[in-house]
Design a protein around this ligand. Structure first.
Ligand SMILES: *[C@@H]1O[C@H](CO)[C@@H](O)[C@H](O)[C@H]1NC(C)=O
Ligand SMILES: *[C@@H]1O[C@H](CO)[C@@H](O)[C@H](O)[C@H]1NC(C)=O
Ligand SMILES: *[C@@H]1O[C@H](CO)[C@@H](O)[C@H](O)[C@H]1NC(C)=O
Ligand SMILES: *[C@@H]1O[C@H](CO)[C@@H](O)[C@H](O)[C@H]1NC(C)=O
Ligand SMILES: *[C@@H]1O[C@H](CO)[C@@H](O)[C@H](O)[C@H]1NC(C)=O
Ligand SMILES: *[C@@H]1O[C@H](CO)[C@@H](O)[C@H](O)[C@H]1NC(C)=O
Ligand SMILES: *[C@@H]1O[C@H](CO)[C@@H](O)[C@H](O)[C@H]1NC(C)=O
Length: 284
């Protein structure tokens, strides 16, 4: 715990000296404490804020390593140019877009692209005459004591560094760029999955939702664990690859392993689509 706290502190210092990016800063609970991706990746903080390979988008312009181009795939997606149909009972999910987590993404180009894509999707959804059900997850604990997390040197306790991740603190508020509208549903989560230990699944069912369209931060955290939970609960799952962030290190590797054509989501099988496909699907 002391080590985790030290690493958190160290990252905070690193973060503070990294110039802020082109994306406008939202009201900040300055990332003074973290449940940020830095904490998630605390095994190597030295790489946490280095700028990532610039392209994870389907539009290519890749900077090599393994291919950064995610090819849309899945049982309801036949190829990169496939027309996607969400049906009439779909929900749009924004997972973990809270200040304390997004802070680390703001500091690099890959993160800014992710945010810009997410904002485009948010604006398109909110300009629909008939909006789908829109839900947001927030990580937040009852108090700084974090009673919900066992004080043991393993498991989720390794992830939850720092303080001020309570419901009221700025760190846990949804970023202002994609702020929930009055009728949107905002729910709390205490672990990686957005769909354990809360009423989110029950709520989706109550709203007759059969299909979910996911965006979120980060691929190896809330995204992968929520996909499984949703899949196992019989939802038809679409993931917008352009709206998924994975911090360094191994960002491209991990995104490909999860969302790539040969990746985990396709093998499930669930669907991976581009932002363009998602926008077309809603007629934007
Ligand atoms: C928290 O957010 C509010 C509203 O955006 C802002 O006025 C306040 O200064 C923030 N507090 C901290 C500690 O950043
Ligand atoms: C952290 O990353 C740096 C730069 O890539 C590398 O030199 C170092 O060995 C890594 N440390 C650990 C503990 O993985
Ligand atoms: C991309 O990576 C491969 C394998 O590491 C290498 O052979 C190739 O030269 C690289 N291409 C570019 C454009 O950097
Ligand atoms: C997708 O459409 C583009 C432009 O219309 C075309 O160049 C490309 O070959 C198509 N790709 C596939 C896999 O059909
Ligand atoms: C994100 O959007 C902002 C505002 O439109 C723009 O200035 C910036 O260049 C974009 N950044 C990236 C990485 O696309
Ligand atoms: C939490 O935030 C408040 C202001 O919002 C600040 O006064 C307090 O010092 C912070 N506590 C910790 C433990 O960081
Ligand atoms: C869900 O389906 C039931 C039965 O078809 C219907 O009565 C109800 O109004 C629907 N609820 C919503 C939110 O669409």
């Amino acid at each position: 715990m002391e080590l985790a706290y030290f690493l958190t502190l160290l990252f905070t210092i690193i973060l503070l000296i990294v110039p802020s990016g082109a994306v406008p800063q939202a009201s900040q609970g300055s990332p003074s404490s973290t449940l940020t991706d830095s904490t998630y990746t605390s095994t190597n903080l030295s790489t946490a804020t280095t700028s990532a390979p610039s392209s994870t988008s389907t539009s290519g312009s890749s900077s090599n390593s393994t291919s950064t181009t995610i090819v849309p795939s899945g049982p309801d997606v036949s190829g990169a140019n496939a027309t996607v149909d969400f049906g009439s009972n779909y929900a749009v999910l924004f997972l973990d877009y809270i200040e304390g987590i997004v802070a680390s993404a703001r500091a690099n180009e890959q993160g800014q692209t992710f945010l810009n894509n997410s904002i485009r999707w948010y604006e398109a959804i909110n300009s629909l005459e008939e909006k789908p059900f829109v839900a947001y997850s927030r990580v937040a604990f009852y108090s700084d004591q974090r009673y919900e997390v066992a004080s043991v040197p393993w498991g989720f306790n390794l992830v939850t560094g720092g303080n001020n991740f309570t419901e009221a603190s700025n760190n846990t508020q949804v970023i202002s760029e994609i702020a929930p509208k009055t009728d949107d549903y905002v729910f709390l989560k205490k672990r990686y999955s957005a769909f354990v230990f809360n009423d989110a699944i029950q709520t989706l069912r109550a709203q007759n939702v059969t299909t979910v369209v996911l965006s979120g931060i980060r691929a190896s955290g809330v995204i992968i664990s929520s996909i499984y939970a949703l899949f196992d609960n019989d939802f038809r799952v679409f993931v917008i690859a352009d709206n998924v962030y994975e911090p360094e290190p191994n960002s491209v590797l991990i995104k490909n392993a999860l969302l790539g054509e040969q990746g985990i989501v396709t093998k499930l099988p669930a669907n991976v689509i581009s932002l363009d496909q998602a926008l077309k699907a809603i007629g934007a």
